[in-house]
Design a protein around this ligand. Structure first.
Ligand SMILES: Cc1ncc(COP(=O)(O)O)c(C=O)c1O
Length: 345
């Protein structure tokens, strides 16, 4: 079977981690600090704080921009559950908004329609690696947190995804653009990041106000630095895979993602098909290809809310094809051929 996603690992990664094991400083220390500096440069932010996951990064970023009890936070319904959990853990209420069918990110008009005086923040997800212009969201007033979990390295008009919002969030889960196994980061202005650095620690504090432990280890940071050093190579191969899909599927009966140039890093290659997605997934599996829906389900399907027609349409049509740097040209051709065959029948 051709897997749907896969980390990109090399001997360099193993050597980087082995160096930390040999050195004996395993927990958060100088390697994490170096990873944070390199990450901030890449995101175009003043600073970054590494944490234990993208979900924790979201929660700490929301708290850092002032979200708390009694606040609303607008999040996309067309995304993963981490967004909902992070808002609730920050003490606030998630307000779902519909998707822009072109970019799969938040629909600006729907966000505007759902603003109230309680709206404290908006989480703009650069969905599936496709970065969007954050400025129109920032102009609405509430703080914008950019979710770059799937879009590290993407740029809009020469500006890195993550550089515009009040804070940016990364995930380094195993199948993300770069990985530390599990891990995440909050990036932004230095004072905000200093607050996150404080919030990830529980030890040696004068009082017992509830705290947690959200730190990344130097073991993980070594892997992260090694991966980050190869990010441009990863992105070049992701874009080459996408270009090959585009050529192979140009006249297939499916809608291809808009060619967004530097704004897309193709964490996912998401197409729209005009027949039941589960049947297409099964037909691809019969041909040795693992495809998936790009989200587990829209959040409003779990909350029972209605009024999200674009996300419902994407749910009915969107299919994520294998797309990662170690996918060879022959594999891309196999996937494209299997999809053409599945859509022909
Ligand atoms: C858009 C988005 N945000 C946040 C997360 C959460 O990241 P993590 O799995 O590192 O907690 C994910 C993970 O899939 C994601 O896709």
């Amino acid at each position: 079977m051709i897997p749907h996603s896969r980390p990109t690992l090399a001997d360099d990664d193993a050597r980087a981690v082995a160096r930390i094991v040999s050195g004996g400083q395993l927990a958060q220390g100088p390697e994490t600090a170096a990873f944070e500096r390199e990450l901030a440069v890449r995101l175009g932010t003043a600073a970054a704080a590494a944490v234990s996951s993208g979900t924790v990064a979201l929660e700490l970023a929301l708290r850092a921009v002032g979200v708390g009890a009694g606040d609303d936070v607008i999040v996309p319904t067309w995304t993963c559950d981490a967004l909902h959990h992070a808002v609730v853990r920050a003490g606030a209420a998630p307000v779902l908004a519909d998707a822009d069918p072109r970019t799969h990110a938040l629909a600006l008009a729907d966000v505007r329609a759902r603003l109230t005086p309680r709206t404290r923040a908006i989480v703009v997800v650069h969905a599936f690696g496709r970065a969007v212009d954050v400025r129109p969201f920032a102009a609405l007033g509430p703080a914008v947190v950019e979710d770059c979990a799937q879009a590290l390295g993407a740029a809009v008009e020469g500006r890195a995804a993550g550089a515009t919002g009040a804070a940016a969030v990364c995930s380094f889960y195993a199948t993300k653009v770069i990985t530390t196994g599990e891990g995440g980061a909050v990036a932004g202005p230095a004072p905000l990041v200093a607050g996150v650095r404080d919030a990830r620690e529980y030890d040696e504090r004068p009082d017992l106000t509830p705290r947690g432990n959200a730190k990344l280890t130097d073991l993980q940071a070594a892997l992260g630095r090694s991966q980050l050093a190869r990010l441009d190579t990863f992105l070049a191969r992701r874009r080459a895979v996408a270009a090959r899909y585009r050529a192979a599927l140009a006249d297939a009966p499916c809608v291809l993602p808009e060619d967004a140039g530097a704004a897309h890093v193709y964490h996912r290659f998401v197409v729209e098909v005009d027949r039941p997605v589960d049947a297409v997934i099964a037909a691809l599996a019969a041909r040795g290809v693992t495809a998936r829906r790009p989200v587990f389900r829209p959040l409003h399907h779990a909350t029972g809310a209605a009024g999200f027609p674009a996300a419902d349409r994407l749910w009915a049509r969107a299919l994520s094809l294998p797309c990662y740097p170690t996918l060879g040209d022959a594999d891309v051709d196999t996937v494209a051929g299997a999809l053409r065959e599945a859509l022909r029948r």
